[in-house]
Design a protein around this ligand. Structure first.
Ligand code: DAK
Length: 264
């Protein structure tokens, strides 16, 4: 598929690398980029031999410096509301609910919509130069792509409200202390660290991983009962080829060969 704003690359071991490629605009997310990213994630989910996805930004300065301010500067109340809802569906909720793990490789500024995208991912790794924040209130808006919810889930309400209301930026080190990122590495090792994590994921059952993501996410979904979701997803595992292969391989004292198909 042709894209104007993103690059996709298949790496060995079933890893898909998606790079937001607008370095002159610090990879700011315009609506075309959001649309292309949504399509790329959907395509990756449907491709059986892709086991994990890494999302990063082009260049050494920014992951994503926010939504493209030039694009939303003149929106009306109705446009703001409907585009927020559309963005949730097209990209941010899509990423969070993807049944394949998404790892955000935060290689620099992750601001506003950029941090919101990283927070939609399942795992975050930051390079030492990264700076993270939700500076929307400095522009007269609030985070509109899930940031008010996901930041509080990840670092707690008090820290989230301080970061949002001060429109501040925190260092990668502070983000690591807060648990906002899982790992902190030198920039030159960032993709390698993400590939190391993706490689471990790729050895495991894709259908069980999809179920695990759905069960963990259920805790944070309104009206969903996380324990009940776990029971349902657990039950479904017993009907998968991966379960047959995983248990048979253990009993035969060999490594399992999971087919990569999501069967539930
Ligand atoms: N949008 C558009 N262009 C951006 C940008 C952005 N968010 N961030 C940077 N750029 C552009 C700059 O305009 C500049 O372009 P030229 O002037 O060279 O043409 C180029 O990238 C390089 O930026 P700087 O020259 O400013 O670079 P510095 O190193 O001096 O500063 C910086 C780096 C990251 C501190 C600075 O660029 C900065 O403060 N950027 C803006 C950060 C920010 O406020 N981001 C937006 C957060 S608000 C919505 C839903 C959600 C949202 C919006 C709408 N709806 C549903 C409608 C979310 C909003 C946000 O994300």
């Amino acid at each position: 598929m042709e894209h104007n704003n993103i690059l996709t690359e298949r790496k060995i071991g079933g890893i898909q690398l998606i790079t937001i490629n607008r370095p002159k605009q610090l990879n700011a997310l315009n609506s075309e980029t959001i649309h292309e990213l949504g399509n790329a994630f959907k395509a990756a989910e449907k491709t059986p031999d892709i086991r994990a996805i890494i999302i990063t930004g082009a260049g050494e300065k920014a992951f994503v410096a926010g939504a493209d301010i030039k694009e939303f500067a003149h929106f009306s109340v109705e446009e703001g509301r409907s585009l927020s809802a559309k963005g949730h569906d097209t990209l941010f909720n899509l990423v969070e609910n993807l049944r394949k793990p998404v790892i955000a490789a935060i290689n620099g500024f992750a601001l506003g919509g950029g941090l919101e995208l990283a927070m939609s991912a399942h795992i975050r790794v930051a390079s030492e130069n990264a700076r993270l924040g939700l500076p929307e209130v400095s522009l007269g808006v609030i985070p509109g792509y899930g940031g008010t919810q996901r930041l509080a889930q990840l670092i707690g309400k008090g820290r989230a409200l301080e970061l949002i209301t001060t429109a501040g930026m925190i260092s990668a080190e502070k983000a690591n202390q807060f648990g906002l990122v899982n790992h902190l590495v030198e920039q030159s090792s960032l993709i390698a660290k993400c590939e190391e994590i993706a490689g471990k994921i790729a050895a495991n059952s894709p259908s069980a991983i999809g179920s695990a993501i759905a069960a963990v996410n259920a805790q944070f979904q309104e009206g969903a009962d996380g324990f009940q979701a776990e029971i349902e997803e657990f039950g479904k595992c017993f009907g998968t080829d991966d379960f047959t292969e995983g248990t048979t391989a253990f009993l035969e004292k060999r490594k399992p060969e999971f087919r990569g198909l999501i069967t539930n």
